[in-house]
Design a protein around this ligand. Structure first.
Ligand SMILES: Nc1ncnc2c1ncn2[C@@H]1O[C@H](COP(=O)(O)OP(=O)(O)OP(=O)(O)O)[C@@H](O)[C@H]1O
Length: 516
């Protein structure tokens, strides 16, 4: 009998050749490590003719009254690094009651759920409320959605009424777009009725209903594919956009989305006539130059990285959420299923476990394997119909099942409360995706656990993984070190891929087929 089969039915030899080919091809694309250049001409924004005066941010007296030592202590304790080409000195908002009174009263119901603003919120809000462009880099589960959502809704609520689309938030997957929309929609509902209208557009669902919801809408949360569809058939015009957000920004700017994003943004007002914000937990050097072309003098806020020698946070380093206990188990591919079963049997019943695979067929196989062992399980991946994907996610969120098997379509952004354990059955194509996958646990200040199976086929990523483990103070197994610690240049083409399309495994992970 030949080599024993991997869980996805392929032979170890075939799989080894396929993944080696994937990576060899992908490694051809050397990162163009840019120097950050400000490519926009003007640095002062065009005055916003249709923004009411009282919408402009004014630092509250309570915040102004704080001694500078309180501010410095906070920034140091939170490991905040702020670089601002305009050298403004806006103070972080350390407590909700230091927000401008109008914001505090309008969104009070929203804040009541939380004790204090998270560090990315406290540091981003003053700049975003002051119409500045901003790049926010903070760990997974740190409240980045509200960091951009609140200023977006507040600023729009002070623009003269318009039936035009004024704000666009773009996310890489349908489920994440829906999740962001729900938060933005909740914020708009705290305003007077019909003040602002938000809607969500994404693929895999009926276009007519989405088209109807777009009527009179000011805010859209979208995945790129469906947004482009509606732009090309004339349903949507972005010519009056004043506020653009790229959520999971590094993913939105990598090769898979780059052309779509460039096209979408090209139809908007120039960076001097719109506000642009980008948020993510990972900010690789390979996308920074492109990001700079869409922004005007952005403030860059980095949370939780040591400052580099140039005083700027060295956010080139890939950092995982330090509250996640990470362990890596080096093994042969054919030992994975038995080990997975052991881990699931040890896990207290009912505790949420998220199991990541790289390939869709592998995810289906692993889901069937878990179900055959009588565990309540559901699956989510790009080959499933959108309704089935949403059903699986709902079942997991509502505790109808305690195990969700997913591909990287669920790796970023999804905020599922109390996921106790993430198991990476197959390592992702990039160390960035690893950070985002494990970031599904340990959210909103809670602890979490991540266990990752690592095989000979993954050895090209051993260096990146070792750095992530060390950066988060996690143990590095000797067997992992044996693969070496050189960090391969991130492959543009495959970066952040949901894994090669079924049947294309042997081919290059080039233009990603995103499920948008
Ligand atoms: N100030 C806050 N205090 C406590 N929890 C918060 C605060 N703001 C948001 N949260 C909660 O934290 C969780 C994570 O928020 P969110 O999904 O915006 O994180 P994120 O930084 O975007 O994560 P990711 O990087 O994975 O996309 C959510 O459940 C949200 O309700």
């Amino acid at each position: 009998m030949g080599k024993r089969n991997l869980e996805d039915g392929s032979s170890l030899k075939h799989d080894k050749k396929r993944r080696k080919k994937d990576r060899k091809e992908a490694l051809k694309y050397e990162d163009i490590t840019p120097t950050e250049t400000d490519t926009t001409a003007e640095t002062t924004p065009v005055p916003d003719q249709d923004e009411e005066e009282d919408g402009k941010y004014k630092q509250s007296a309570a915040l102004t009254a704080l001694p500078q030592t309180d501010i410095d202590t906070y920034l140091k304790s939170q490991n905040v690094s702020i670089t601002d080409p305009q050298s403004t000195t806006l103070r972080p908002i350390l407590a909700f009651n230091q927000l401008p009174t109008e914001i505090l009263t309008t969104y009070k119901s929203f804040f009541s759920k939380f004790e204090t603003p998270s560090s990315i919120q406290s540091t981003s809000w003053p700049h975003l409320l002051s119409s500045r462009d901003l790049i926010g880099i903070a760990e997974t589960g740190s409240g980045k959605t509200l960091a951009f959502g609140l200023p977006l809704v507040h600023r729009l609520s002070h623009l003269k009424k318009s039936k035009k689309i004024r704000a666009v938030v773009i996310a890489p997957t349908r489920e994440l777009a829906i999740q962001v929309f729900e938060q933005i929609d909740a914020l708009t509902r705290t305003l007077s009725p019909n003040k602002l209208k938000a809607t969500c557009i994404y693929g895999g669902t009926n276009k007519d209903e989405q088209r109807r919801n777009l009527i009179g809408c000011n805010i859209i949360v979208a995945t790129p594919g469906r947004l482009k569809d509606f732009m090309s058939d004339g349903t949507i015009s972005l010519s009056k956009t004043r506020y653009l957000v790229l959520d999971e920004a590094d993913r939105m700017l990598d090769k898979g989305f780059e052309d779509d994003i460039k096209h979408i943004i090209s139809t908007m007002p120039s960076p001097t006539k719109r506000q642009t914000a980008m948020f993510t937990a990972t900010w690789p050097k390979s996308i920074r130059e492109l990001a700079a072309t869409f922004m005007r003098d952005p403030v860059r806020i980095t949370i939780g990285r040591d400052s580099g020698e140039d005083g700027m946070a060295d956010d080139g380093e890939l950092r995982a959420n330090p509250r996640i206990k990470q362990s890596v188990e080096v093994m042969d591919g054919y030992d994975k299923q038995a080990r997975l079963l052991q881990l699931l049997q040890k896990q207290p019943r009912g505790e949420r476990v998220l199991v990541f695979c790289l390939y869709k067929k592998e995810a289906t196989r692993i889901e069937d394997f878990i179900r055959r062992n009588r565990f309540p399980v559901a699956g989510i991946h790009g080959d499933l119909a959108q309704a089935a994907r949403e059903k699986s996610l709902k079942a997991f969120k509502e505790n109808d099942v305690s195990i969700l098997v997913a591909t990287d379509v669920a790796a970023r952004g999804l905020d599922i409360p109390n996921v106790k354990l993430v198991i990476n059955v197959t390592f992702p194509l990039t160390a960035e995706d690893y950070v985002h996958r494990i970031g599904r646990t340990g959210r909103a200040g809670k602890d979490g656990t991540a266990i990752t199976f690592f095989t000979e086929q993954d050895k090209g990523l051993a260096g990146g993984l070792v750095n992530v483990l060390k950066g988060a103070g996690q143990p590095v197994p000797g067997e992992l070190m044996r693969f070496g610690t050189t960090v391969k240049k991130k492959q543009h083409e495959a970066y952040g891929a949901f894994g090669p399309k079924e049947g294309m495994e042997g081919l290059v992970a080039t233009k990603k087929t995103f499920d948008d």
